[in-house]
Design a protein around this ligand. Sequence first.
Ligand SMILES: *Cc1c(COP(=O)(O)O)cnc(C)c1O
Length: 452
Amino acid sequence: MLDCPSSPAEQDPTVADLLAARPHLSMHALDGLTLEDVPLNAIADAVGTPTWVMGAGTLRARYRLLDGAMRGAGLAPSIHFAVKANDHLAVLRILAAEGAGADVVSGGELRRARAAGVPAGRIVFSGVGKTREEMALALAEGIGHIAVESAEELDILSDVAASSGWVAPITLRVNPDVDAGTHEKITTGLSTNKFGIAYARAAALYERSASLPGLKPLGFSVHIGSQIVAMAPYRAAFARVADLVRAVRARGLPVSLVDCGGGLGITYRDEVEGAPEALAGAIRAELGDLDVRLAIEPGRWLAGSAGLLLSRVILRKAGEDGLPSFLILDAAMNDLMRPSLYEAWHGILPVSARDATRPVEAVNVVGPVCESADSFADGRFLPRLDEGARVALLDTGAYGAVMSSTYNGRPLAAQVLVDGGRWSVIRERQPVESLWAADRIPDWVMPAPAGG
Ligand SMILES: *Cc1c(COP(=O)(O)O)cnc(C)c1O
């Protein structure tokens, strides 16, 4: 097959390519790999591995780029960071200081965002299955708005609000039936997905919401998926929302807000990342003349490239009969789940400058968890790495630590924040005893065997 590359992995970016595309990372002869000028070896020496490292400067710079692109297009949307991408209090605090609000999908995330100091009025509450308790919490806090995702939820929210004398500011999240062109597990705007209200029903439901007690309909929300790098799906979705706004206004109903959701993609391998200027252009072109307040809910684009996962090669296991060797890391799918869940590609860099110059070979990079899915890369071309070598798994600042589990008795990894040359542990490595600290053995279970 002529159009088939001999091996996809051979086209993977090299160490030099990965560094060139990430100005916050650099390789120094003595210090090795640095993030925002802090040597990762110093962090690993002090804290051990696996450890998540987040760059505050990169995070701020990303926020300013996005905000600047919107302003450059004459837009001033409120920016609500999607907390599910990275829920650390320090991350939320840094973004809040830049002016960001939050997009939350549970009562737990709402309380986290409040604990980080995000004003309730700048928080948006999304999600397909909000409980009555979560709705009541959001209303008691004074939430900015709640994105309602079904007719059933609309009735429940009306009941919760009216029975306590609150007025719930809402948008209806519409499902525009647009294919975001992304991985099937992160697309949300197709009619077959569980998210949002069917487009054809949205206008009638908006009208109905205006007549229900306890609700203040403000407008519409849309969020078509994640890791979107093409603008056509955005344009299509925003155009449908704009039509909807005009249709309900024609029925005499006010609309003052359109929430454009998140989803802007980043460069993991060699994708051209979603440009904030292009997103701003799409919003302006489709929604710019509607005279509404605008909101966006970026997660991955702000936090993804600001973080990495620092790990160490436990051992190198020879492959059979010329097959690639296995590099078994001390990080695993319980730490970084994206490769197992979405077949996601993450760049891998050696931390030592000497390792970075060794001859390149194809290896399978895996974790020690007892699942075949516990794999970070198959047939990846990397400089030769031996037992003890440290590596950085790149672009893990979004949907990284938040998705971790303790599967296989593996405590949650430590987290470190780097900023302006200094660094601090922002989450202690989870003590192993805490894995069973909440377990209770009923007294009718056999006592431990002698010597146990
Ligand atoms: C997940 C999510 C986002 C953020 O998505 P990203 O791809 O991380 O930008 C925004 N809004 C809603 C409703 C979400 O569920």
